[in-house]
Design a protein around this ligand. Structure first.
Ligand code: NAD
Length: 365
């Protein structure tokens, strides 16, 4: 049966990078390696211009009905003054909320050809492939009370509240364990159980979930130590699971071990459907709409193509195909092709289309 992909290119370079993914999908279908049907919609500023909302109800319905959503990027100076609830990012937030996307996946993959661009030594990062699984809808970013109170004596008191319930921890740790099964079978769960009650519960629930995955290596790690180990010896990790706040910080640190924004893919997953076991999912590059280079044909399409590879791996279980796409990206970088954002001396600078075509050529080879 055909699998439904809903493409939301968005604004700025979003439309340029998504075209390269469309060519990849067409090639995969043409080779009968996949059977995807695609539909496209508007999100962000372009949706606001067309419908007065950052995403229309009709497109929300299509996103809900799709097997996976592939998202480009939203935003730009043109829409800086639109009402807050209609700003371009509101489209992405609505998608995350309505699709129930509570698990954010940020891989940090270091392609050998770019190892010298890392701030760490080549031997520490070459071949790095780790996945940070961040809880996305709970914790201190959403907990109540969340206030600033004037104490009347020249002082103010600010309160944020870290709240986690068992089910929220259970489901995110299960996502991490399920993903580890498709990778190197090792999970580190990071919290601050030495000083935080939410950390104590986090670890209690995580350890209980781990008992259902006896085939995995499961480790507890304190979040501060996790930060240190990520820059000391990142290759010791396979999958790391943590809460919203620690995940925000650790995933940025891990991602930047490996280079440019134009290289970083991500995914957000929801709960498995009771009948089919399939999860709602949205795949997107980490970068934004890059208004400074939009329309010039120079954006790096790799983050978006790598996000699509994540869809193959995590939504469709097409692991070999995902490996092939990632290997094609790696081979093109080995050949010496670079977009401007990852330019290095003595390497050939190419545009968006040329980079996409080179990846396709490698895939077909
Ligand atoms: P940005 O990620 O768009 O750009 C930061 C810098 O990185 C720019 O110099 C840009 O040219 C470069 N860059 C980003 N992606 C690139 C790529 N694929 N290839 C080559 N270079 C690339 O971040 P910003 O400039 O802070 O934000 C621009 C707009 O994007 C804003 O409106 C912001 O709100 C929005 N934004 C959207 C998302 C999203 O859609 N998820 C994420 C971040 C920012």
């Amino acid at each position: 049966m055909s699998l439904k992909l809903f493409l939301l290119p968005g604004d700025g370079i979003g439309t340029e990078i998504m075209k390269e993914v469309e060519k990849l999908i067409a090639w995969l279908n043409g080779e009968q390696l996949t059977d995807f049907t695609t539909d496209s919609g508007l999100v962000g500023g372009c949706a606001y211009d067309a419908h007065g909302e950052a995403i229309s109800e009709a497109d929300m319905e299509k996103a809900l009905a799709a097997n996976a959503v592939i998202f480009g990027a939203v935003g730009g100076p043109r829409w800086d003054k639109v009402p807050y609830d209609k700003r371009p990012e509101a489209g992405l937030l609505r998608l995350r909320k309505d699709l129930g996307l509570f698990a954010n996946l940020r891989p940090a993959i270091c392609y050998p050809a770019l190892a010298d661009a890392s701030s760490l030594k080549r031997e520490l990062v070459e071949g790095l492939d780790i996945l940070i699984v961040r809880e996305l809808t709970g914790g201190v970013y959403f907990g109540e009370p969340k206030t600033i109170t004037d104490l009347g004596n020249g002082q103010k008191r600010a309160i944020d509240t870290q709240v986690y319930e068992t089910y929220e921890i259970d489901r995110i740790v299960r996502v991490a364990c399920d993903l580890a099964r498709t990778r190197n079978k090792k999970v580190h769960s990071a919290d601050k159980k030495n000083v935080m009650k939410s950390g104590v519960l986090w670890d209690e629930v995580a350890q209980a979930v781990a008992k259902d995955y006896p085939d995995l290596e499961f480790h507890h790690i304190l979040a501060d130590n996790a930060a240190m180990q990520l820059v000391r010896n990142p290759k010791q990790f396979d999958v790391m699971v943590t809460d919203n706040l620690f995940g925000d910080i650790l995933s940025d640190a891990a991602a930047m071990l490996t280079g440019s924004l134009g290289m970083l893919p991500s995914a957000s997953l929801g709960a498995p459907d009771k009948a089919t076991g399939k999860r709602k999912a949205l795949y997107e590059p980490v970068h934004g709409s890059a208004p400074d280079i939009a329309g010039k044909g120079v954006a790096n399409p790799i983050a978006t193509i790598a996000s699509f590879a994540m869809a193959l791996r995590y939504s469709f279980g097409m692991i070999e195909l995902a490996d092939r796409v990632e290997a094609a990206i790696s081979a093109v970088l080995d050949e010496g092709l670079r977009t401007g954002d990852i330019a290095q001396p003595n390497r050939k600078i190419v545009g968006t289309e040329e980079m996409g075509a080179a990846i396709l050529r490698r895939l077909a080879a």
